[in-house]
Ligand binder design. Structure first.
Ligand code: C5P
Length: 224
């Protein structure tokens, strides 16, 4: 299977909507992977659906943030899903990252840096002294130490991350031209994100709101 260029964020609890997203991203010129997050995976039918999904690149966006033993145990508990990717917050600490990596088998472990919904003001609120770029760089060094397989960061930090992280760099915080920004803060267009060096993008609402096929056509035009 081709490496996904786009991970489409399947953020809904509606099984029919998920099936529609999968159907309408088939045969597209772009290779798609499917990102399932807290909303769908915690829904009644979500886990079972993902466990039975065949021949798709799957991304379990669990965003684990816990002590090493709990992170490792959680990864073991979802082994049956045979996910291609799982996320863990780098802020869980080096030991938790290493513990996750140790039990992950064929599943790639993605380290999540600072959420794309946060800016410098929000970081201050939480109590962080460093600005976003410094913090993301700092966290990337931890991901290198833990030998993680991929990094999630905003497209605005890709150039910095790329200098020290040589594997996959996946960027959410993507909006097609003219789309609503919503709760995101550090955003870019798909074209800009790839130009900066992202290896793949996570796109949710810009593709899943409204007519999915038309949105994909718009994405393809923007990427030209
Ligand atoms: O709809 P939108 O494109 O903003 O969705 C972005 C997706 O990426 C969501 O599923 C969100 O949980 C996820 N994500 C993010 N920022 C991160 C990590 C993941 O927006 N840093």
């Amino acid at each position: 299977m081709k490496k996904p260029k786009i991970f489409i964020a399947c953020d809904t609890t509606n099984l029919n909507k998920i099936k529609r997203i999968i159907r309408e991203t088939q045969n597209s010129k772009l290779p798609f992977g499917y990102k399932f997050g807290l909303e769908f995976l915690n829904s009644k039918s979500g886990r079972k659906f993902v466990a039975n999904l065949k021949n798709k690149i799957t991304f379990g966006d669990y965003k684990l943030a816990d002590i090493p033993n709990t992170c490792a145990s959680a990864i073991k508990a979802i082994k049956d899903l045979k996910l291609n990717y799982i996320t863990i917050h780098i802020s869980s600490g080096l030991k938790a990252l290493k513990a996750a990596k140790k039990v992950s088998g064929l599943t790639k472990i993605i380290g999540v840096t600072i959420l794309t919904s946060l800016d410098n003001k929000s970081l201050k609120e939480i109590g962080f002294d460093k600005d976003v770029k410094k913090l993301v760089l700092h966290q990337t060094k931890l991901a290198v130490k833990a030998k993680l397989d991929a990094i999630v960061c905003s497209p605005q930090e890709v150039k910095i991350v790329k200098k020290i992280f040589k594997k996959e760099i996946i960027t959410p915080g993507i909006r097609l031209l003219g789309d609503l920004i919503g709760d995101q803060k550090r955003i870019m267009t798909p074209k800009e994100a790839f130009q900066n060096g992202a290896t793949s993008l996570v796109i949710g609402r810009s593709l899943t709101k409204g007519n999915i096929k038309k949105n994909i056509q718009k994405l393809i035009r923007e990427l030209k």
